[in-house]
Ligand binder design. Structure first.
Ligand SMILES: Cc1cc2nc3c(=O)[nH]c(=O)nc-3n(C[C@H](O)[C@H](O)[C@H](O)COP(=O)(O)O)c2cc1C
Length: 184
């Protein structure tokens, strides 16, 4: 490690891991936990695949089915949090975001890039979370109308790195990502 007080390098590291997550399905950053808050105030968390990470736009992207609970939650409360744990780097990345649910022709380019075999993730019948009579009593047609991109604009990034002495820092959009050290 270089200068342990270099906030900029700490944030650079986090973005490097996020971008690797998008590019490499074996990276632990590929599958963050994604948390939302349901209409009644109950927190909900699930694994998702990280499909986009743009530092210049301060944005993360996830693909989903509009019939899932996470979309219902986001329609009610458009905030979501990501959690990534990178064991080899001893780094925890927590990110809070505000989410736009993109559908329709705006996301044609995303749909076009999804392999045929993966499109069946969007359109499960009956809808995800429905009661079914046995484990396999469902079908997975691909349904373009059910596909959505969650465009997650980053508000805050909290990094914790474990070491002989831990480091923690927070970076906010409001402060143009300048960052501040925090007690771990
Ligand atoms: C490794 C893994 C990756 C997943 N990726 C996604 C994803 O990218 N998008 C998604 O909507 N669900 C994904 N899922 C399924 C979700 O974890 C969840 O079961 C499903 O979306 C329904 O969640 P909800 O009812 O909370 O909305 C993934 C599950 C696993 C185990």
């Amino acid at each position: 490690m270089g200068d342990p007080n270099d906030l900029c390098a700490f944030l650079d590291d986090a973005w490097r891991h996020l971008q690797r997550g998008v590019a490499d399905s074996r990276s632990p950053a590929r599958y963050p936990a994604f948390a939302t808050v349901a209409a009644g105030g109950t927190p909900e968390v699930r694994t998702v695949a990280l499909r986009g990470a743009s530092r210049s736009q301060s944005m993360l992207q996830v693909h989903t089915d509009i019939a899932t609970s996470k979309v219902v939650a986001l329609q009610h409360s458009p905030k979501a949090a990501f959690l990534v744990w990178l064991p080899r780097a001893d780094l925890q990345i927590r990110i809070t975001t505000t989410v736009d649910i993109l559908t329709g022709s705006d996301i044609d380019q995303h749909w076009d890039r999804i392999p045929e075999g993966s499109r069946v993730s969007y359109g499960t019948h009956p809808t995800p979370g429905s009661l079914i009579s046995d484990a396999y009593a469902y079908e997975k047609p691909s349904d373009r109308e059910r596909f959505a991109v969650l465009s997650c604009s980053i508000l805050f990034i909290d990094l914790v790195q474990l070491g002989v002495r831990h480091r923690r820092a927070g970076f906010s959009h409001e402060n143009d990502w300048s960052g501040k050290w925090l007690a771990p």
